[in-house]
Design a protein around this ligand. Sequence first.
Ligand SMILES: Nc1ncnc2c1ncn2[C@@H]1O[C@H](COP(=O)(O)OP(=O)(O)OP(=O)(O)O)[C@@H](O)[C@H]1O
Ligand SMILES: [Mg+2]
Length: 295
Amino acid sequence: MDFEQHDDIDRAVELYHATKVYGSKHTSVVAVNDVSLHVELGEIIVIMGPSGSGKTTLIQLIGALLTPTSGDVIINGRNLNGLSKKELSRIRREEIGFVFQSPNLLSALTAIQNVEVVLNLAGVKGANARYRAEQLLKQMGLGERVNHRPSQLSGGEQQRVAIARALANNPQIILADEPTANLDSKTGHEVIRLLRNIAKEQGKTIIIATHDLRIRDLADRVLWLEDGKISVRWSDGFIIDPVCLMLVNRSSEIVTTYEGKTFHFCTRKCKERFEENPAAYANRGFWEDLNENMH
Ligand SMILES: Nc1ncnc2c1ncn2[C@@H]1O[C@H](COP(=O)(O)OP(=O)(O)OP(=O)(O)O)[C@@H](O)[C@H]1O
Ligand SMILES: [Mg+2]
């Protein structure tokens, strides 16, 4: 075992050398490569990394939507390897809430009915389901919108309904894959803040895969995935390239100064682009906020 064991900590998710290979032989792609990871109860994790780095695959392994090619995935203390299809589907339904990029609400149903459907499937019916659905929508700030259909809701409101639906069966773990990709950044941030507040109140574990840099300040821990491996922790001496917004090592030698500040780049190309119009990149407000909070 290449990392410490802390038997006194309750863990929602444990991965031991989890690997997922798609395809076979010549066409095979190692999407998740020997990842070992512990996520504690109540912890909020953000997974970032370039497109194709394996974020969705990792989320799907944790959510029992994919089976690892090798290694182990342990959810709430149970190893998913060897469980029957029926048991895996029960875990997906009861122990995990999923939030995807698109809310995927049923268009013919109102907000409250969309949440009730999931409760009904888990055996909660009638007035009980209605009451719980209403409470969840209220928590998500949608008390005035319960009888609206998806087409009568904004993108952010629809995503909040999707989160209420993910929370409906009171799962311990919430998995979200690019939940804010279709929202403007302010709305996206608000949606995740709401989710975070609920999770913290109720001690839920949340794992969010995202490209959205602003979400990182809502995380307890940010993991950076590259080529299917967790490469660095956000705070381990890394900084963001202001042009491509990728992480670069602080000791990177490709640097330039502008208005008395030093900027680090991942490639010469980014540096050249910066130097063509430094004001456009250096003054991207959120970039500064991010880097200031890094250490
Ligand atoms: N069903 C599949 N069959 C074959 N290869 C796949 C499949 N799904 C994903 N891949 C490959 O696995 C790698 C990881 O993909 P994945 O979707 O997990 O990345 P990602 O980090 O979520 O990317 P993005 O940020 O674009 O959503 C990529 O190289 C991708 O092409
Ligand atoms: Mg993805």
